[in-house]
Design a protein around this ligand. Structure first.
Ligand code: GLN
Length: 499
């Protein structure tokens, strides 16, 4: 019996081993490499019409894999998340038009260069007074977070820099007239212009930098030599040239075999120093978060109360309209609403022939207030309906009109009951402010992303961000508890113990 059990155990262990082996090697015995890319950088890496990954880098990586006899499993990641993912070893390599820089080489190891690029300034075609890098001083510039373009923009004096999650969003910002220029990789901007996706935009001919892209791997990665071998092979056998010509319609330039700083090892700062170093910047971001939450909370409460009251109106069409408002703002994702307000409204207004731009704080406040108003309206409606009918009858018998009844009798009592759910709503709102980071507003989360884009220490920085959010929400929930005690007309002492 015991022997039989052991026999079965071996079978199970054998099966598990086979399964595990199957995960990393396929039937041909090839290795499978998890390769990350940010597919929002045409013509290098982007999604084709059917949603499949296409582009120069994608073809190149597949050719390298063929050359070195391994398989590729692509994974989409935001550009600023790639280096942290390599460090965490959740991916094996990344091909994402990543420029080989000295700073990055301290954290990851690059393959030999696979593409020669450079940064270019994009401006609106009707903008005459920007002629080169120096004329960008004191101007508004959009960049993609964590890129060499963002790094270059930082060296300008007096420039206002807005960072976006992807290059297309930064270019959209330029097209909408919210910024004066975008600093981005030249081939990407040119491709967007040439394909007609970006209209009314031109590129200043003089490139700002000469850069080389490399495939990034973790430090001491066992896959680096495999990738380099494959890359060298396709550079020599003409496959590289073929792929280059397919995407760029010209012959490729010669590439250097290596760069001076391609392999650099430096000492890492300890986690605590990173935590303390990032704290002042993060606290500044927390002020932005509070600003967003308070202003939106106030507007949300005002609009929400009105809609909540209208929802109880005797007039059917008003009830229908308030219901439709709630359904729309509660039934669509806040992220989509932010994009619609910030990018969508100016774009559609331009198409209709008038120019209108929104500042990021205002766009964030509008989206958050309108969204929270929908939830608050339901809280208000519930609160009012929870007040016994006898209260309004008593008010009526005292000769109060409906408005007076609502203002002096019903609403004050209902408000007290609404405080706990309103507290919940405010805490959700406080956390939802982090979504406004997508339009480049530098609140707490965005500040964290910007620090990680520079030092690649995701864990320490995001831990600090989480702790600050936690402090903010704990303080808010304390304040709401106090408000509840304070609003309780009888038995304040009693209430204190229960809240
Ligand atoms: N080449 C630029 C960089 O490495 C931008 C890359 C990208 O956005 N995919 O920073």
């Amino acid at each position: 019996m015991v022997k039989f059990r052991f026999g079965r155990l071996w079978v199970i262990i054998g099966l598990i081993c086979c399964l595990l082996a199957g995960c990393s090697e396929n039937s041909r015995g090839n290795q499978i490499l998890r390769v990350a890319t940010e597919p929002a950088f045409p013509p290098f890496e982007f999604q084709g019409k059917g949603g499949e990954l296409v582009g120069f880098s994608i073809d190149l990586m597949r050719a390298i894999a063929d050359g070195s006899n391994f398989q590729v499993e692509f994974q989409s990641l935001p550009f600023d998340g790639i280096i942290p993912a390599l460090q965490a070893k959740t991916i094996d390599a990344a091909i994402s038009s990543m420029t080989i820089t000295e700073e990055r080489s301290k954290t990851v190891t690059f393959s030999r260069p696979y593409f020669k690029a450079g940064l270019a300034i994009a401006i609106r075609a009707d903008h005459q007074n920007i002629t080169g890098f120096d004329s960008l001083q004191n101007k508004k510039i959009a960049v993609q977070i964590g890129t060499t373009g963002a790094e270059k923009a930082k060296s300008l004096t007096g420039a206002q820099i807005r960072s976006f999650d992807s290059a297309p969003l930064a270019l959209q910002e330029l097209q909408n007239g919210n910024v004066d220029a975008v600093i981005n990789d030249a081939p990407v901007t040119l491709y967007a212009i040439n394909t007609g996706n970006l209209q009314g935009i031109k590129v200043i001919e003089q490139l700002l930098t000469e850069e080389f892209y490399g495939i990034a791997t973790a430090k001491n990665s066992p896959y680096l030599s495999l990738i380099n071998q494959g890359l060298t092979k396709i550079l020599e056998n003409g496959k590289y040239q073929q792929i280059y010509e397919k995407w760029f319609k010209s012959a490729p330039p010669t590439l250097p075999e290596t760069l001076p700083f391609i392999n650099k090892n430096t000492a890492r700062l300890n986690s605590l120093s990173i935590f303390w170093q990032s704290l002042p910047t993060l606290l500044k971001g927390a002020l932005g978060t509070l600003q967003l939450a308070f202003i939106s909370g106030l507007f949300g409460l005002t609009i929400g109360s009105l809609i909540g009251i209208i929802r109880l109106s005797h007039i059917k069409s008003l009830r229908f309209l308030s219901r439709a408002y709630i359904d729309f703002w509660r039934g669509t994702p806040l992220l989509v609403q932010i994009f619609m307000i910030y990018f969508g409204l100016p774009a559609i207004s331009q198409e209709l022939g008038f120019t209108f731009t929104l500042n990021r704080l205002l766009a964030g406040v509008i989206a958050l207030s309108l969204n929270s108003a929908a939830y608050i309206a339901e809280i208000v409606r519930g609160g009012i309906q929870s007040i016994e009918i006898g209260q309004s009858e008593a008010a009526k018998s005292l000769g109060l009109n409906p408005l007076q009844t609502m203002t002096y009798v019903i609403f004050p009592q209902a408000f007290r009951r609404m405080i706990p759910p309103l507290g919940n709503e405010f805490i959700s709102l406080l956390k939802d402010t982090s979504l406004v980071a997508v339009i480049g507003f530098e609140e707490l989360f965005r500040k964290g992303q910007l620090i990680v884009a520079e030092n690649y220490r995701a864990f320490e920085v995001y831990a600090a961000v989480a702790i600050i959010y936690l402090c903010l929400t704990l303080i808010s929930s304390q304040l709401f508890s106090r408000l509840e005690i304070w609003m309780n007309p009888i038995g304040k002492k009693d209430a204190k113990g229960k809240i």
